[in-house]
Write a protein that binds this ligand. Structure first.
Ligand SMILES: [Zn+2]
Length: 247
């Protein structure tokens, strides 16, 4: 079954899987294609299908920006690197996961290997295995404020320790990964059970709300236009509200 392709702008498209409505993004830049996350299939087929739909050569992919190592975001990285020679970029804290140095051994590792790579099992498989299923060692580790191919790295710990968002100024787009949620066009907290560090995650969202952007492309559901008043309203919620159980 194919994922779904959502055209976000003339240069940005979203490849979306029904499982968890997970989104990875294909961005056409003057210097080639940049991916934000790498799809949910360890054979890279989500992204390759998206490139085909857009009429883009697989070889045009130069860079894979990883928001975080979870299998629903990073599964395809290894295969895409093999096929395209693209470089993988993530933060220092996320790197051991992408190198699979963290991979579960013993029973948990065995169970993770046995879990099928289909639908909602993809995330579970990665979480049990404590790493993506195939190693995609980063070619460079980035930190807060670094700029790669026009994408500014904004470190946003909370959902994972090394989570990064990427602000793409040419299009005014914030690629938020799982640092926050967008539901029905509204900015929302991520669900509490998937947020191990609530304090860090809240600070990360506050940091993001201080930035200027007009569109949010998050790790799940659908991209949304977000204006300044909407950002300010959500920033006020972040200052005052208790963390809602389900985001
Ligand atoms: Zn995640």
């Amino acid at each position: 079954m194919h994922p779904e392709l959502i055209r976000v702008t003339n240069t940005i498209a979203c490849v979306r899987r029904p499982s968890y409505v997970t989104c990875s993004y294909i961005v056409q830049t003057a210097r080639g294609v940049v991916l934000v996350d790498a799809g949910m299939k360890s054979d890279g087929s989500d992204v390759f299908w998206g490139l085909d739909q857009l009429g883009l050569d697989h070889g045009s992919v130069t860079t894979i920006l990883i928001t975080h190592w979870h299998n629903d975001h990073a599964a395809g990285a290894a295969a895409i690197v093999e096929a395209t020679g693209a470089r993988v970029i993530c933060t220092e804290a996320e790197a051991p996961y992408l190198r699979r140095e963290t991979a579960a051994t013993g029973l948990a590792g065995w169970i993770a290997d046995a879990v099928p790579e289909v639908g909602p099992f993809v995330l579970v498989k990665g979480l049990l295995g404590n790493a993506p299923m195939r190693a995609a060692p980063p070619d460079a580790c980035v930190g807060d404020g670094d700029v790669v191919e026009g994408f500014e790295v904004i470190t946003t710990p909370g959902h994972t320790e090394g989570h990064a968002a990427y602000l793409y100024e040419p299009e005014g787009v914030l690629f938020a990964g799982d640092a926050l949620a967008v539901i029905d066009g509204e900015l929302r907290f991520m669900a509490k059970p998937v947020t191990p560090d609530l304090v860090a995650a809240r600070a990360s969202m506050q940091k993001l709300m201080r930035r200027a952007f007009t569109r949010v492309c998050a790790g799940h559901r659908a991209p949304a236009l977000i204006d300044a008043s909407h950002r300010q309203a959500f920033a006020a919620r972040l200052d005052d509200d208790d963390w809602p159980e389900l985001g």
